[in-house]
Design a protein around this ligand. Structure first.
Ligand code: SF4
Length: 152
């Protein structure tokens, strides 16, 4: 039985806080599908987009980071400048398998995400399950891509 089986209160408040590096929730990982979607949004080929905007760490593609600036490179005035093409992990936040436990949700996530604090509309468990599944599939794709790359 999940702690969220009766749903959880959440509504994005547009703070942009989830677009800023928070330690272990830092990298914006990019599956092949994410890179294709964002490249299209920016009018670039996937190769051009990847060269310009991505790095690879331990076999995993992620958006390039600036050590002097914890904000995502696409965050402009607290808004995502590539919203329609944003990657899966940005679409599914904060319903990620690794944070869907009461401790992480109520402490770590609530510490920087105003959407999980206060009286917000209830997101039903059925909807959470769909989002968790999408995020899990994305993470599996990332793992597969990284394994394939590292075994070359
Ligand atoms: S791609 Fe957009 S939604 Fe995702 S972290 Fe960057 S600014 Fe935020």
């Amino acid at each position: 039985m999940s702690w969220w089986e009766k749903g959880v209160q959440f509504q994005c408040q547009g703070s942009g806080n989830c677009c800023t590096s928070h330690g272990e929730y830092g990298f914006v990982y990019m599956t092949k599908q994410d890179r294709q979607r964002m490249a299209k949004e920016l009018g670039l080929s996937v190769r051009e987009f990847t060269q310009k905007h991505c790095d690879r760490t331990d076999g995993f593609f992620h958006l390039k980071e600036n050590p002097q600036d914890p904000n995502c490179r696409f965050l402009k005035n607290k808004r995502c400048s590539v919203y329609a093409g944003r990657p899966t992990q940005c679409r599914t936040w904060p319903f990620w398998p690794e944070v869907m436990n009461a401790k992480a949700w109520k402490k770590e996530i609530a510490s920087f995400c105003p959407g999980v604090r206060g009286k917000k509309p209830l997101v039903p468990a059925e909807e959470i399950e769909v989002i968790l599944k999408e995020q899990k599939m994305s993470e599996d794709s990332l793992d597969q891509e990284a394994r394939k790359y590292l075994s070359r």
